[in-house]
Write a protein of this length. Structure first.
Length: 347
């Protein structure tokens, strides 16, 4: 039955029938696009694994636009280039192996200018096109390339769709791909932020672990110093005072010597206690500041025979925790120097 007869039979004119058919086609297309968009939204926000996200998205984008091959190039900000991170079979083995500079090839041009590009045929005639043997560009006639840009304007990459047969990509096709690209860009940004957050959390856990370990080592060192220094001196003082007590009546002269020795041990014990307290929190750090405290530390640690000069561009009035951290770094460095001195002396 011809279109004219159908129109006559249904009581509508051929022009009205053509309009109804176009409306039906547009409605069918809109429904299909909505189904694909819903699936894309489900996929991109159901996983924070970037590689899996890109793989699933490339397949869905390819299905949505009825293409033959999809390539997703992500922008590497640290290196300033595009890296192929997702491709449909059989090109998925090239993920991570193809790189393009900004402005290089169609994808590089799209990334640089943040504008879509449509090539319907004869790609080699386009001066922006770059042939990459591994991607077998000669197999494909038409392509459409759109940038992946977040709502904040941050470039995340480029999506390329290729077809083996010549394809008239319409403005509606490009607009649909741009809409999909904005969703994919948001998902990529989300996945990257989750990954960065995980890395920062692991780094923070590492810092906490190292801080606790450093604190325990410091406590152990101070405990050892107190045990080997102050405690031993106090024990010696106790013995001297007991001896002095026993000798007071029968040998006052020896008792006086024992008392004098005990006084000397008290002075030594005080010096050891002051040293331990200084190691815990040097008073010069609070009273004079970081640089004088480090100079005093060098003098105490290295002893005589060394001229210490400290040149620094550290800003004054640093927060207390930063001053303490820098002081501990210098303290560790001085202790290492002293250890090397001892080793050199033994040799």
């Amino acid at each position: 039955m011809s279109l004219d007869r159908v129109a006559s039979y249904s009581g509508t004119s051929p022009s009205e029938s053509d309009g109804d058919e176009r409306t039906l086609m547009e409605l069918t297309r809109a429904l299909a696009e909505n189904r694909v968009l819903n699936r894309i939204i489900e996929v991109i926000f159901s996983s924070t694994d970037l590689d899996r996200l890109l793989s699933l998205t490339s397949d869905l984008v390819l299905e949505a636009i009825s293409g033959d091959t999809c390539f997703v190039h992500l922008y590497d900000e640290t290196r300033g280039c595009l890296v192929l991170r997702a491709a449909t079979e059989p090109y998925d083995e090239l993920n991570g192996k193809i790189e393009l500079k900004m402005g290089e090839g169609i994808a590089g041009w799209v990334a640089q200018h943040r504008e879509p590009v449509v090539i319907r045929d004869d790609k080699r005639a386009d001066p922006r096109y770059k042939y990459i043997p591994e991607l077998e560009g000669d197999r494909f006639q038409s392509l459409v390339s759109v940038p992946l840009v977040t709502s904040t304007g941050r470039l995340t990459g480029v999506v390329n769709i290729h077809t083996e047969q010549r394809r008239e990509f319409t403005q509606e096709d490009v607009e649909f791909l741009e809409h999909v690209a904005s969703l994919v860009a948001a998902a990529i940004e989300h996945a990257r932020l989750i990954k960065e957050l995980g890395a920062k959390e692991r780094a923070l856990q590492g810092i906490i672990a190292r801080t606790i370990q450093t604190q325990e080592e410091e406590r152990r060192r101070v405990a050892t110093e107190i045990h080997d220094g102050v405690t031993q001196h106090l024990i010696s003082i106790w013995y001297r005072l007991n001896a002095c007590e026993r000798l007071l009546e029968r040998d006052p002269e020896r008792a006086a010597k024992e008392l004098e020795s005990a006084k000397g041990l008290v002075d030594d014990a005080l010096d050891e206690a002051r040293s331990a307290i200084y190691q815990l929190r040097p008073s010069t750090l609070d009273d004079l500041g970081l640089v004088p405290a480090v100079e005093a530390l060098a003098s105490r640690t290295l002893g005589d025979g060394y001229d210490v000069s400290i040149a620094t561009d550290i800003q004054p009035d640093l927060p207390a925790h930063l001053e303490t951290a820098l002081y501990r770094v210098a303290q560790e460095a001085m202790n290492n120097i002293r250890k090397h001195q001892v080793c050199a002396a033994w040799k």
